[in-house]
Write a protein that binds this ligand. Structure first.
Ligand code: GSH
Length: 264
């Protein structure tokens, strides 16, 4: 049997940024391999991060995972496209998976991919990168334990100021005419940007449960929480979330520290 044409290279043991790519594969029933579940997975990720994967004269070498490898021919390892950067990988998949599955067909809506990319990048900025910086406000290379006072300051500001700003922004997007009805972010149709917002909110819920449940109870961001629910109820996503392929949050971007679980 031919092996899958898509390979995801990402750290085993955490959902992390790789999760956005997994959700696309799961939603579209696209076969993929994942270093999270292969025996040599960690070694393969380390080889990329440490710069030990030989350059191939076609693909610029990636700096960090997630990394997508797309084999032109599943039986031939020599013709492989290698793409990095989460949102860039999502754009690539949006143009290679069946039109309409995670983005409108560019023939009918040429700007859609760029709108969706803006929305995905904005969610990743405010609901993924900034939460990460709450436990690493001084340096990514230092342990959380080496930057605890600064983390507390950052997390306090995040849950009081930045989190409601980003929730409010996406509520506004969902209330705009461009959303096409307010169920999905753009054009009245489900897209990869909805998956990104879902995953980001899921991580923030894990990291700051007190803040998120307060904002949910208040009802100010009802459309955002309804989108979260609607994504989780998509049959393929529900099935995936229950499966062993869905890894638990631990020491990745989204971490639970009781002292940072602040009620705004
Ligand atoms: N902006 C990049 C960030 C990539 C990134 O920071 N990857 C992390 C894992 S989520 C990593 O392993 N970084 C290694 C490093 O920065 O040295 C993306 O969205 O893909």
């Amino acid at each position: 049997m031919a092996s899958p044409q898509y390979r995801l290279v990402y750290w085993p043991g955490i959902p992390g940024r790789g999760e956005h790519i997994r959700l696309v594969f799961e939603e579209t029933s696209t076969p993929y391999t994942d270093t999270a579940t292969t025996s040599d997975g960690l070694d393969r990720v380390l080889a990329y991060v440490q710069g030990n994967v030989p350059d191939d004269n076609i693909n610029p070498p990636p700096l960090a995972p997630p990394i997508l490898q797309h084999l032109a021919d599943p039986n031939n390892d020599t013709n492989v496209t290698t793409i990095s950067q989460t949102s860039n990988i999502l754009l690539y998949l949006a143009t290679h998976l069946p039109p309409g599955s995670i983005a409108p067909d560019p023939k009918t809506d040429p700007n859609a991919l760029f709108y969706l990319n803006s929305l995905a990048l904005t969610a990743l900025d405010g609901l993924s990168n900034e939460p990460h910086d709450c436990h690493h406000p001084i340096a990514s290379g230092l342990y959380y334990e080496d930057q605890k006072p600064e983390s507390l300051r950052k997390a306090d500001n995040y849950v009081r100021v930045r989190l409601p700003k980003f929730l409010g922004y996406f509520e506004r997007v969902l209330g705009s005419g461009a959303s096409g009805g307010g169920k999905w972010l753009y054009g009245g149709k489900f897209s990869f940007a909805d998956l990104v917002l879902f995953q980001c909110l899921d991580g923030v819920k894990f990291m700051f449960p007190k803040a998120v449940s307060k904002y949910e109870r208040e009802g100010t961001y009802a459309k955002v929480f309804a989108l979260y629910q609607a994504v989780s109820e998509r049959p393929k996503i529900t099935e995936y979330l229950k499966s062993s392929r869905r890894q638990k949050y631990s020491d990745g971007i989204y971490r639970y520290y009781e002292e940072l679980d602040i009620e705004p």
